[in-house]
Design a protein around this ligand. Structure first.
Ligand code: FAD
Length: 381
């Protein structure tokens, strides 16, 4: 069996590594020229880490070694908009997340898919299916302009199955489900990495700060380095493009950030800054048709408030490869089982993430009171 994967992000690379372990040939088409230069970091939670361990225990150990996990007894905090503590928790080792640079995770996933063919600078355009094969039309950067004009040159690949792991604005999904683009949430997220001494307990253990119409998050990424994210109410495309200007805007007094967050923003390494208009969708009832399916953000794009996007993509990769391996002669059946195993919990994560985002930033005093009360009950002494 030959699998064609569109998108060499986290989901596509994790799937390639998992298919390799199940002896299934695959080729990955990624539109970017490389994935080493992707910035910022992300947090792997116990569910995503467990999926990685099932995929390959050596990969799991390498991720744990390359990432950062809180030392024993270090509390993590939930703060209100003024920086006052709502709750404080010490997580036991099995529940501790691992924070890792995105480029490092890409590198490790890639190093575990040595037999997969990776084609960078290759953009998916459309596909066709007949009874047994999928034909995929792509345009390659290195073919562009070869004919002397600037018409894109296309090429066609064939495979037994096609997996759209092409992220939030998935073109495979557009053709497969024809259900429009993910909807803007009216929120902008700014993520970055900063060098900061961990003298402060909030920086040492990390925190989430729930403000009115805004939120901040910080996780230690190594000794004296933090990964941070702030989310503010701002429509798609309305935030400035220039990074210094973004930093200056975020530091304006109108936001009312406590000193802790201001210091974090001021210490930003601007080469790592990523600005994203947040989008999500309602959960789809199906992701697959015949020999074509979706994985990761293409299947279930979600807001970042639970930090579950990557983790859900890793869970998808683990299940999808196993289903393909046990139904090699019937990909449609494999995809039906994959969808049944993954759809409800991924769609639930989308809903929970949206709810947590709403409750975290609400101005409604009753919702805030209820939220803080349940968070205080979760406090670990
Ligand atoms: C800065 C940042 C921090 C994040 N932090 C977290 C976190 O802490 N925890 C968490 O769980 N999630 C986090 N997320 C969300 C997480 O990154 C995504 O949910 C996750 O990457 C999904 O993986 P994916 O493979 O589905 O999509 P992606 O990783 O986005 O990969 C999709 C790939 O497809 C390629 N592509 C797109 N269109 C085409 C095409 N037509 N042809 C070929 N290739 C194409 C893209 O170039 C991209 O490389 C974060 C997101 C960002 C931006």
């Amino acid at each position: 069996m030959k699998a064609v994967i569109i998108g060499g992000g986290i989901g596509g690379l994790a799937l390639a590594a998992t298919l390799e372990r199940n002896n299934i040939e695959c080729v990955v088409h990624e539109r970017r020229a490389d994935l080493v230069s992707v910035g910022s970091a992300l947090v792997l939670h116990p569910n995503g880490l467990a999926a990685v361990k099932r995929i390959d225990s050596r990969l799991h150990a390498e991720i744990a070694a390359a990432g950062y996990s809180l030392p024993d007894g270090t509390p993590t905090f939930i703060l209100d908009g003024d920086g006052q503590v709502i709750s404080r928790r010490v997580l036991p080792p099995p529940l501790r997340p691992v924070t890792i640079r995105r480029a490092e995770l890409h590198r490790l996933l890639r190093s575990h898919s040595t037999t997969a063919t990776m084609v960078y600078g290759s953009t998916f355009l459309r596909y066709e299916t007949d009874r047994n094969r999928v034909r995929v039309h792509l345009t390659r950067d290195d073919l562009r302009g070869r004919s002397g004009d600037f018409e894109p040159v296309t090429e066609t690949m064939t495979g037994d199955v096609l997996i759209g792991a092409d992220g939030l604005h998935s073109r495979v999904r557009r053709q497969l489900l024809n259900d429009g683009d993910a909807r803007p949430m009216g929120l902008t997220s700014i993520k970055c990495i900063a060098k900061m001494r961990h003298d402060d307990p909030y920086l040492r253990g990390g925190f989430i700060l729930f403000g009115r119409n805004q939120q901040a998050f910080c996780a230690p990424l190594g000794p004296d380095v933090v990964y941070w994210d702030v989310t503010i109410r701002a429509g798609a495309g309305t935030w400035p493009h220039e990074l210094e200007q973004i930093q200056r805007e975020l530091l304006k007094p109108q936001w009312g950030w406590p000193a802790l967050v201001q210091n974090m923003i001021a210490a930003a390494d601007l080469t790592e800054m990523i600005v994203t208009d947040l989008r999500d969708r309602k959960g789809a009832r199906r992701w697959s048709r015949g020999a074509v399916t979706l994985l990761g953000d293409a299947a279930h794009p979600m807001s970042p408030f639970l930090g579950q996007g990557t983790n859900q993509a890793l869970l998808d990769a683990d299940v999808l490869a196993k289903m393909l391996s046990s139904h090699r002669d019937d990909p449609a059946e494999a995809f039906r089982h994959y969808e049944m195993a993954r759809r409800d919990s991924a769609n639930q994560a989308m809903r929970d993430s949206r709810r947590v985002g709403f409750e975290g930033q609400t101005g409604n005093p009753f919702v805030r009171w209820k939220r803080n009360r349940s968070l205080r009950r979760a406090v670990t002494p």
